[in-house]
Design a protein around this ligand. Structure first.
Ligand code: PLP
Length: 377
């Protein structure tokens, strides 16, 4: 039986979400822009999904824009904000532990001549208020700091960051990549105060290839694509209604508090079981998102352990799924030494996980330690 502990990479799609996608492909297959009844039905589905997401985020429906996922929402937010505000300044503030869809966008902006400041986290993986305070000034046009980190689960106080940016008299738009946080902790756009927020469906039991960007009313970002009138011309192109409908269903199925409690208990159980193993150390801190536990298994390279576990139907990730074997920039920025980072494994939970999954993980890490170390030395 498989034990899937890689839910920060992606999650299993909920049956109801998949059924909605099927319905919107095979029955209600109209184009939301069409004027006939099938089109009107499709538009109603589109707006219903938008409404569900807006309600979950505590904002208005017209503040939600559908994109092809977290990567596109991050790119739209970053390049769109910079394009709009470039006359006000040349400076951008982000962190060194962002997801590649932010970091690579920042690299491109550096190539275009923008000054990008990469704040490093403290030993807990958190971007402190002081660092923001010192970095942001009246020439800063964008601040992009993630809500929860995808490798360690470290959580940033985005609402505090927003207040500092405003107090520093900065014209910056404030963006947060909330892909790993949305649906797991209660984040509300109004409370956080941010101007732009990214979410993605496939981390919350929705399908891959769909996400959304929240844009605060009154804030404008320039479009990166040109074409039809869809998504108020910010994201033209026929809407991916089957995916959008499925995202709506996945969001309507969220039970944040109930699952947080369940996952916190599972996290404690996993930490206590993993602590039994000599050679296991924890890279995630206690106040991180309970859905993610990043550990290192002394003496065994991440990929070696990952493949051993996978042979036994226990699925985890080495560092970040998107890093594909590259050394973790996140653990490095947290001051974790290279050997420890090279042997890191990310365990990430969903509501479907049980203590049995953890028991199998522990069993096979122990077995791996017995057999793999001997192989390596
Ligand atoms: N941001 C974070 C923090 C992520 O973990 C991911 C996915 O791993 C993304 C952005 C990209 O989202 P998507 O896969 O929907 O493009």
């Amino acid at each position: 039986m498989e034990h899937y502990l890689d839910n920060s990479a992606t999650t299993k799609v909920s049956r109801a979400a998949a059924e909605k996608a099927l319905e919107l492909m095979c029955e209600n297959y109209g184009n939301a822009s069409s004027l006939h009844s099938l089109g009107i039905k499709a538009e109603a589905e589109l707006e219903n999904s938008r409404k569900i997401i807006a309600k979950a985020l505590g904002c208005e429906s017209d503040e939600i824009y559908f994109t092809s996922g977290g990567t596109e929402a991050n790119n739209t937010a970053i390049f769109g904000a910079v394009k709009t505000l470039k006359r006000r300044g040349n400076k951008i503030v982000t962190s060194s532990v962002e997801h590649s869809s932010v970091l690579e966008a920042m690299k491109e902006l550096e190539n275009q001549g923008f000054e990008v400041i990469y704040l490093s986290p403290d030993e807990n993986g958190v971007i402190t208020a002081d660092k923001i305070k010192n970095a942001v000034d009246n020439k800063t046009i964008l601040v992009s700091i993630m809500t929860a980190n995808n490798e360690t689960g470290s959580i940033n106080d985005v609402s505090k960051i927003q207040k500092i940016v405003v107090n520093n008299n900065s014209p910056a738009l404030i963006h947060t990549d909330a892909v790993q946080a949305f649906g797991k902790i209660n984040i509300k756009t109004k409370k956080s105060g941010v101007d732009l927020m990214t979410i993605s469906a496939h981390k919350i039991h929705g399908p891959k290839g769909i996400g959304a960007l929240y844009i605060k009313k009154g804030k404008r970002i320039a479009p990166l694509h040109f074409g039809g009138e869809q998504e108020k011309k910010l994201r033209p192109g026929t809407e991916a209604l089957p995916l959008i409908g499925a995202l709506g269903v996945a969001v309507s199925e969220l039970e944040i508090e109930k699952n947080y409690e369940k996952i916190s208990a599972l996290n404690s159980y996993a930490k206590s079981r993993l602590s039994e193993i000599q050679g296991v150390s924890f890279n995630s801190k206690d106040d991180a998102l309970p859905y993610i536990i990043n550990i290192s298994v002394k003496g065994i390279r991440s990929e070696t352990m990952l493949h051993f576990l996978a042979q036994n139907e226990v699925y985890v990730s080495s560092g970040s799924a998107c890093a594909k074997g590259k050394p973790s920039h996140v653990l490095n920025a947290m001051g974790i030494d290279k050997d420890t980072a090279d042997s890191s494994i990310r365990i990430s939970f969903s509501k479907f996980n049980t203590e049995e999954d953890v028991d199998f993980l522990v069993k096979y890490i122990k077995q791996g330690l017995e057999t793999l170390v001997k192989k390596q030395y």
